[in-house]
Design a binder for this molecule. Sequence first.
Ligand code: AMP
Ligand code: MG
Length: 339
Amino acid sequence: MLMNLALGLSLIPLPCQLSARDALLKHYEFSLPRMGTIFRIELYAPDDATASKAADAAFARAEELEQIMSDYREDSELMRLAREGTSAPFPVSDELYDVLAKSIRISELSHGAFDVTVGPLVELWRNTRTTGRLPDASELARARALVDYRNLELDAAHRTVFLKRAGMKLDLGAIGKGYAADQMLALLQSRGIRQAMVVAGGEVALGAPPPGKAGWKVAIDTPDTSTGNPPCAILLRDAAVSTSGNSRQFVEVAGKRYSHIIDPSTGLGLEGAASTTVIARNSTTADALATALSVMPVADGIRLAESLAGVAGYMVRQAGNGWKRYVSRGFPKGCPGGQ
Ligand code: AMP
Ligand code: MG
């Protein structure tokens, strides 16, 4: 059963230009743990039943996707693919095919900074978290040899996936939550709920804005809190925004912090505090690009963001004792450096 956390905005005086339909809408908020984080839905609906039925269905969709994409559940489709997809092409669901095809596209755009075959390196990182010891050179070399998205073969006609090297492991940690947020938002929209926001951990997918508003106000989390906490916020609609950062998930070895975001070219977690925020037309793209741009050199990341329609990036990097911000063209105002 879902929890209805807030039911209050209808008490606020509404601007007079609202349509008759919009004037009757009420604000609802629901949240539930999914995919190792908290998923949250905000939406506007005419009544409680419509709101909670739609939210129930959206969370059920997230559950279905978790069963497909989880690398913690041995019986997930992703884990079956890893076990069986190295001997012969493995038939997959439309969802898994779709998210892997989108992953490969981002790998190509980022020249492998984002790589969905990063699984063996994530496994080493998790070992480090348990043992407090970095992998040795031979462990690292063995894992790195298994990480290359070009060894992932998708067959569109037969909807199969083939992993060309035994031992390859896929990890959807950098794109799956964004994919789920898109699917949940689409489901709400298919039920006539247009004014909605889905938040999946650091991934935010936005539909039409709240009644009478120009957009949803989204707080941007960066490690530089000199401008406040949260540091800043932007107004967005019909788009998605994702933030990837090193500050929450890392392992410390010999005084150095290694983030859960791995640079496939070194095999190790990124060092140093940083955050990368990406706006895109959908949450799948924003999620994957936020991870990709975390790994890429800043100038390359800005160039990539500016080459893609509907994409903008905002990066905060440690510089000595302070912070440096890098903002791509088109990043909205609200955060320092935005337009
Ligand atoms: P995010 O928080 O979206 O940046 O995703 C981080 C998660 O994605 C990690 O916990 C890993 O599961 C996975 N991951 C780490 N490094 C990479 C990478 N370079 N490419 C793709 N996925 C990665
Ligand atoms: Mg990501």
